[in-house]
Design a protein around this ligand. Structure first.
Ligand code: SDX
Length: 429
């Protein structure tokens, strides 16, 4: 499609607005000069119809259930790539050659340790602190340890910060988990792959050899790939907005972690598993379906629905397959929560309410069952989401910083408060 225009009739005047085509997907109507030309703002709380930026990284077709990273379908990446190859693709825009992949793996591997002083940083937290609270604090503190990669105007420092974050998030996440359960920290091992190293740091103990199960490591790689990036979701938009002020990348990623924590977003995997455990048995599903449909009941089926996907979340299908692989490898025959999840999905997909509102399982619906089977407590589920999404956040942050049109994000509002009025002394109120 070529550029065209849209006409806006407003207060007796006709305004021509530029319409820009994407390479695929919806066109955009450029309203950047609307306020200057009309004195009015557009209004779109929740950004249901707003493109906040131009990006070449990830494309989602919500109606078709399509997710592409730099043009490559998520199911092909999940099948054929490892996580660091997807990281390279998101950061650099192309799949790496063998030499480029080896170099990238080498660079990431040699940044997996954190400054030894950070171990002391953890001791300030209560042991029962939610690991996401610890992640917000510790990742935000990275800028206090890695000053030499906070100059966002230096391309070399931007890439070093990106590699440091990708490399250190699994180490920090594993440290948060070990601290939570009162076990000693386990250092990264440079001879292990990304996911295997993470599993080793989480589940090894100093007193004995820990062999990582290769089937589980492959499943973990795939889970990381499925969570790597997802266009302009709430936490990515948070990272872009924080970065637009020139804040350092570590602080921006900490802001993304804080936003991801919400149960409507990345916190849904923890909430979905808690919901499945609250439902408990298949015969209680109708009660919860009824609650989900009741507009006076704030209860929602966690792991269902999506702002963009009005069809099946392609990641959920791959996650479901991974769930069965992991349970099979671990010899878990009848997981009651999986029975409830499968039956809940079957009922929901045939229920008029969910069909009419186009509510399908999203990536968070099955991930919790898989992560629980891998040995993680529910409080760690969103931490794992944050580990994977760090590459998406930092790739989007880099794209924004390197955009010559980049400016600070500063939305306006529809003001409905009181007009100007004079102060009234307390004696007269
Ligand atoms: C993620 O954006 C991303 O890309 C996010 C993510 C990523 O990779 O970054 O994909 C990760 O966050 C996945 C979503 C995880 N969240 C959940 O599973 C929480 C449960 N889902 C909902 O809270 C909700 O579906 C959202 C937040 C995901 C989407 O909300 P929207 O787009 O604002 O839709 P909505 O709330 O306006 O819902 C539309 C209608 C409403 O009914 P009406 O007011 O029109 O009558 O559908 C209903 C909602 O009540 N609805 C649900 C529901 N989700 C929406 N009803 C019951 N159960 C649900 N889960």
């Amino acid at each position: 499609m070529t550029e065209s225009t849209a006409k806006l009739e407003f207060r007796g005047k006709t305004h021509e607005l530029k319409v820009r085509p994407g390479s695929v997907g919806p066109e955009v109507i450029d309203i950047a000069s609307l306020y200057k030309d009309t004195g009015a703002f557009t209004y779109d709380p929740g950004f249901t119809s707003t493109a906040s930026c131009e990006s070449e990284i990830t494309f989602i077709d919500g109606d078709a259930g399509v997710l592409l990273h730099r043009g490559y379908p998520i199911d092909q990446l999940a099948e054929h790539s490892d996580f660091l190859e997807v990281c390279y693709l998101l950061l650099y825009g192309e799949l790496p050659t063998k030499a480029q992949k080896d170099d990238f793996d080498h660079r990431v591997t040699r940044h997996t340790m954190v400054h030894e002083q950070m171990s002391r940083f953890f001791t300030g937290f209560r042991r029962d602190a939610h690991p996401m609270a610890v992640m917000c604090g510790v990742v935000g503190a990275l800028s206090a340890f890695y000053h030499d990669s906070t100059d966002i105007s230096d391309p070399y420092q931007r890439m070093v910060a990106s590699v440091r974050l990708i490399a250190k998030m699994p180490t920090i996440a594993a440290m948060a988990y070990k601290y939570h359960i009162g076990q000693p920290f386990i250092y990264p091992k440079n001879d292990l792959g990304y996911a295997a190293n993470f599993l080793h740091m989480c589940f090894a103990v100093p007193c004995e050899e820990y062999k990582v199960n290769p089937v589980l490591a492959r499943a973990m790689e795939r889970i990381f790939i499925l969570h790597a990036d997802h266009e302009q979701n709430a936490s990515t938009s948070t990272v872009r907005l924080a970065g637009s002020s020139g804040a350092n990348p570590f602080a921006c990623i900490a802001a993304g972690i804080a936003c991801l924590w919400g149960p409507a977003h990345g916190g849904a995997n923890e909430a979905a598993l808690n919901m499945l455990s609250e439902i408990g048995t298949v015969d209680r599903i109708p009660e919860f379906i009824g609650r989900a449909k009741d507009r006076d009941d704030p209860f929602r089926l966690m792991g269902f629905g999506h702002r963009v996907y009005k069809n099946y979340d392609p990641r959920a299908k791959i996650m479901q397959k991974t769930t069965h692989e992991v349970l099979g490898e671990l010899g878990i025959k009848d997981d009651p929560m999986l029975d409830v999840a499968i039956e809940l999905e079957r009922i929901a997909l045939t229920d008029e309410y969910f069909i009419e509102k186009k509510l399908y399982p999203n990536i968070d619906f099955y991930s919790g069952i898989t992560l629980k089977a891998l040995g993680f407590p529910t409080t760690m589920f969103t931490v794992l989401f944050a580990v994977a999404r760090t590459v998406g956040w930092i790739a989007q942050w880099k794209e924004m910083i390197e955009d010559p049109q980049q400016k600070i994000g500063r939305p306006r509002q529809l003001y409905t408060g009181p007009a100007e009025r004079d102060f009234v002394p307390i004696a007269k109120r």
